[in-house]
Each structure stands twice: as C-alpha cells, then as structure tokens.
Design a binder for this molecule. Structure first.
Ligand SMILES: [Zn+2]
Ligand SMILES: [Zn+2]
Ligand SMILES: [Zn+2]
Length: 137
C-alpha cells in the first residue's frame, strides 16, 4: 500500500479496505478536483455504489470535500490535514476552468463576508472563480 494512503486513512480514522485505498490513491495522483465518474474511469473494475459509499465515508471523516462548480457533476478534492470527522476547516474558494472544466482548490485564499444579518448561522459557503487555467490560457 502507498505509504501516504495508509497515513491519511490512519489519521482520519478510516478503516483501510481495498476500495478505499484505491480511491484515495486516485485523489493523490490528481492535483485537481474529480467526480465520481472520473474515478470510475480509472477504477474500471469497481462499481458506482462502492465508489459512492467510499466518497461519502471520506467526506464524513474529513479526507475530501465536495465542490459544486456549476458543471454537471459534483466534484471532490482532498482536504487539508486539519479537517476532522464532521468538522471541515478548509472552507475556501475554488477555481473552475471554463475550457477544460478542471477545478482546483484555492486553499490560501480567505474571503471575509462582512455585514451578514445577525440572526443567521452560516454553516458553509461556496465560491467559484471562473476563467482559464494555466494550460488553457
Ligand atoms: Zn475538509
Ligand atoms: Zn483549463
Ligand atoms: Zn477545495
């Protein structure tokens, strides 16, 4: 098993299974967000249900986070080390390339929203920056 895969699963308290190891490995090999069907294309032997369940487990345990970039499918990207079970701390904007449809995390960006109504509770937010990536421009 890839050492990094093993370390992440252990840190996030996810029991290693063959499917989990392979799905996590797919994430580690990409530097952009991927969808369920992207994973399916790599792990051709696997079925959709297994991959979907694996993604949900990873999401719950702070290994990956979901991104809705406005394209047809929901994408996922690896979390920072500090994310924990049911407690994601990596809320950040994402960049979506309009040409190749790649989506990447803009981890170092923090956007403050001021003057929110006082009687609301914000749980999450999503901000997508659209444009052309370094390969497409
Ligand atoms: Zn996270
Ligand atoms: Zn692009
Ligand atoms: Zn992200």
């Amino acid at each position: 098993m890839n050492k990094k895969v093993f370390t992440i699963l252990k840190d996030k308290k996810v029991k290693p299974t063959a499917a989990r190891e392979l799905v996590l490995d797919v994430f580690l090999k990409k530097n952009f967000a991927i969808s369920l069907s992207d994973i399916e294309k790599v792990l051709t032997w696997s079925d959709k249900v297994t991959i979907y369940r694996t993604l949900k487990t990873f999401e719950k345990n702070g290994i990956i986070h979901q991104i809705n970039d406005g394209s047809t499918s929901v994408k996922y990207a690896l979390c920072s080390e500090n994310c924990e079970i049911k407690n994601h701390v990596d809320i950040h904007p994402h960049f979506h390339c309009e040409k190749c449809s790649k989506t990447i995390c803009l981890e170092k960006q923090e956007i403050k929203i001021k003057n929110l109504p006082k009687d609301i509770v914000v749980r999450d937010y999503s901000l997508i920056l659209n444009g052309l990536c370094s390969e497409c421009r």
